[in-house]
Design a protein around this ligand. Structure first.
Ligand code: ARG
Length: 567
C-alpha cells in the first residue's frame, strides 16, 4: 500500500501545483473508516488557503482529473477526495505477499545501521518478577521491529550482577543455605535466603555490616566469594534462559554490570579533567541544576561506583565495540530520571553520540490491582505467571481437544502467548492491571483468539492442499466477489506501514492491535465465503488465506508469540 500511496501522492502533487510536497500529501492520505466511502481519502482543507478555493471545489476538481491506473473511481464528499481502488490491485497485494512470504512487511530503513538494545536485565539474586515482563517483551519486540527494518541488532542483557546485594546473598548462603538446596531449587533457593536475610536484618541490623564485609571481600577478589558469586550468576542465567526460551528470546550478550568494573576509571578521569565532578558531602557528583535535574551520583563517599557510573562506562564500551547508530534502553518509567541524568553527563563529557542514546520507558504492571513489592518475597515471579497460564491452557485443551498432538508445548505457546498478548495490548507507557481470566479468554481480543485464527488458516491450507488437485481452473480466475475478501486483503496491505509506525513510536501495541484487526477481518471473511466446497476449491480464496497466515504469523512473531499450527 505504501507504493500505491506514494503514486497517489505524486499524482495529486502534479494536480495541485506544489502547494504541499509529495511527502506532505503522502502523510495526509487516510484510510476511510467505512470502505463505502472509498479506500483512500485526502482531506483537501490544507490546500484551500494557497489555492484560494473552497476545499469542496478542490476535492471535486481532483476527483475529475485524477489519473491513476489503480483507481476505479474518485469522488468528492465534504472537502474530501475519496478514491476507490480496483479489485485487481488487492489481488496483486495477495500475490505479492505470497511470493515474498516471511519477507513481506520488511523494509530496509535500517540497512547498514546498528542498534544496541539493552533489555530484560534482571538483578541476579533478586526475583525475576512480573515487573520485568515489560522490559523483556517490549524490549524484544523493539528488537524484532528493528530487525524487520534491516538493522543489525545487538540484544544485551545488562544483568544486575554486582552490588551490595551479593554481600547479603553470600552471607545468607553461608548462614542458612546449602549447596544441595541451591542445586536442587536453583534461583528459588537464592531468592528465599535473600528474603530471609532481610527478615533477619530487620531484627538484627548488625547483619547488614556483616553483609557489607562480604561484599568488600568480593570486591577485593576473595577467591571463595568470587566463586560463590560466579556460581549464583550461572544458576540465575540458566533459569532466565528457560523463561526466555518460552518467549523465543536469545541475547547476543549477557555482559552485566560487573563487566564494567575495570572500565569506569577512564570515564571518571575524563569527568574530572573536564571539571564536571563536584564534591558533595564526600561523594562525587555531576551537578545538573542548570538542566533542571538533581545531581548525577558518580562515586560514593567511600569511593565506590554507582549505577550511573556503570551505565556511562557501558555506553562508551558499546559505542567502541558495536559502533551503534542507536543504543536503546528499555526500563520502567521509574528509571526515566536516571537515564535523563546520565545521558546529560555523557553529553557534557563531550561524546558527540550522546543523542543516539534512547530511553524507552513503560508503565507499571499490577495484578488484580496490587502493586508488586520486591524484597519482602511478596512478588509474583514471571515463570510462575507463565506456568499458571500454561496449566490453565492444558486443562482447556484436555477438555476440548484431548487428542491434540504435543499438547504440552501447545499449552505453553498459548499460555505464555496469552500473557504477552494481553500485556502488549496496552500502549506501553500506561500503567496496566493484569487479569489472567481476561488474558486466557478464547473469545475476547486475546492471544488465544489470535493464535486460534492462525491455526484455522493452517488447517484450511492443509485441507486445500489435499483438495488442490480437485481445483477447477476457472476458480483460479475468480475475482474478489465479496467485500469481506477485499476488506481482508486491505488489512494485509497495511502491514508494512504498521511496522514502520510501530518502530517510529517504539510501540508494540500497534502490532498487537493490528494482529487483532487481521483476525477480525479474517473471521468475517471466513464466515461469509466458502473456500472449499463439494464442487472444488476456490484458489483465489486459498491464496488469500495463505497471505493472511503469513502476515498474522509475522505480526505475532514480532510480539514474541509462538504460532502452533494446531490447537
Ligand atoms: N537491572 C536493572 C533493574 O532491574 C535494569 C537495568 C537496565 N539497563 C541499564 N543499562 N541500566 O532495574
Amino acid at each position: 500500500m505504501i507504493e500505491l500511496k506514494k503514486k497517489t501522492a505524486q499524482a495529486i502533487f502534479g494536480l495541485t501545483g506544489g502547494v504541499l510536497s509529495v511527502d506532505e500529501i503522502f502523510s495526509c492520505l487516510e484510510y476511510p473508516p467505512d470502505s463505502s466511502m472509498g479506500d483512500l481519502a485526502l482531506p483537501c482543507f490544507r490546500f484551500a488557503k494557497t489555492m484560494r478555493k473552497n476545499p469542496a471545489v478542490i476535492a471535486k476538481e481532483l476527483a475529475d482529473s485524477l489519473c491513476l491506473d489503480e483507481a476505479e473511481s474518485a469522488s468528492a464528499v465534504a472537502g474530501y477526495l475519496n478514491i476507490k481502488i480496483k479489485k485487481e490491485y488487492w489481488k496483486s497485494v495477495v500475490d505479492r505477499i505470497n511470493s515474498l512470504g516471511d519477507d513481506y512487511g520488511k523494509n530496509d530503513s535500517g540497512a547498514g545501521k546498528t542498534v544496541v538494545i539493552d533489555y530484560s536485565s534482571p538483578n541476579v539474586a533478586k526475583p525475576f518478577h512480573i515487573g520485568h515482563l515489560g522490559t523483556t517483551v517490549i524490549g524484544h519486540t523493539i528488537k524484532n521491529l528493528h530487525e524487520f527494518s534491516g538493522y543489525r541488532c545487538i540484544g544485551i542483557n545488562h544483568l544486575g550482577d554486582w552490588g551490595t546485594q551479593f554481600g547479603k546473598e553470600i552471607y545468607a548462603y553461608r548462614r542458612w543455605g546449602s549447596k544441595e538446596a541451591v542445586e536442587k531449587n536453583g534461583i528459588d533457593e537464592l531468592v528465599s535466603i535473600y528474603v530471609k536475610f532481610h527478615e533477619e536484618a530487620e531484627k538484627d541490623p548488625s547483619l547488614n555490616d556483616l553483609a557489607r564485609e562480604e561484599f568488600r571481600k568480593l570486591e577485593q577478589n576473595d577467591p571463595e566469594n568470587i566463586a560463590l558469586w560466579k556460581w549464583f550468576i550461572d544458576i540465575s542465567i540458566a533459569e532466565y534462559k528457560k523463561t526466555y526460551e518460552l518467549l523465543g528470546i536469545k541475547f547476543d550478550s549477557y555482559c552485566g554490570e560487573s563487566f564494567y568494573t575495570d572500565k569506569m576509571q577512564e570515564q571518571i578521569d575524563i569527568m574530572r579533567e573536564k571539571g564536571l565532578l563536584e564534591l558533595d558531602d564526600g561523594a562525587s557528583i555531576v551537578n545538573l541544576e542548570k538542566y533542571g535535574m538533581p545531581p548525577c551520583l558518580i562515586l560514593k563517599r567511600d569511593g565506590s561506583t554507582l549505577y550511573p557510573t556503570r551505565d556511562i562506562a557501558a555506553a562508551v564500551y558499546r559505542k567502541r565495540t558495536y559502533d551503534f547508530d542507536k543504543c536503546i534502553y528499555v526500563t520502567s518509567s521509574g528509571q526515566s530520571l536516571h537515564f535523563a541524568q546520565w545521558f546529560k553527563v555523557v553529553e557534557l563529557m563531550g561524546y558527540d553520540w550522546y543523542d543516539r542514546l534512547v530511553h524507552i520507558p513503560y508503565g507499571t504492571l499490577s495484578i488484580g490491582g496490587e502493586k508488586l513489592a520486591t524484597r519482602t518475597g511478596n512478588v509474583i515471579l514471571l515463570k510462575d505467571l507463565f506456568n499458571t497460564a500454561t496449566e490453565k491452557c492444558l486443562e482447556i485443551i484436555n477438555e476440548k481437544n484431548p487428542g491434540l498432538e504435543d499438547k504440552k508445548s501447545v499449552a505453553s505457546a498459548i499460555g505464555v502467548g496469552a500473557v504477552v498478548f494481553h500485556y502488549l495490548l496496552n500502549s506501553r507507557i500506561k500503567d496496566s492491571d493484569f487479569s489472567m481470566e481476561a488474558a486466557l479468554s478464547f473469545d475476547g481480543n486475546t492471544g488465544p483468539y489470535a493464535q486460534y485464527t492462525y491455526a484455522r488458516c493452517c488447517s484450511i491450507l492443509e485441507k486445500a492442499g489435499a483438495c488442490e488437485a480437485a481445483a477447477d481452473d476457472k476458480d483460479t480466475q475468480l475475482p474478489f466477489e465479496r467485500d469481506s475478501e477485499i476488506a481482508l486483503a486491505k488489512e494485509l496491505a497495511r502491514f508494512p506501514e504498521v511496522v514502520i509506525a510501530a518502530l517510529e513510536e517504539y510501540e508494540p501495541c500497534d502490532i498487537t492491535r493490528y494482529a487483532l484487526d487481521i483476525c477480525t477481518a479474517f473471521n468475517k471473511f471466513y464466515q461469509e465465503c466458502r473456500i472449499i466446497s463439494d464442487t472444488g476449491v476456490n484458489m483465489a480464496r486459498v491464496r488469500l488465506v495463505s497471505a493472511a497466515k503469513t502476515v498474522l504469523g509475522s505480526a505475532l512473531h514480532i510480539i514474541c508469540m509462538k504460532t502452533p499450527s494446531k490447537i
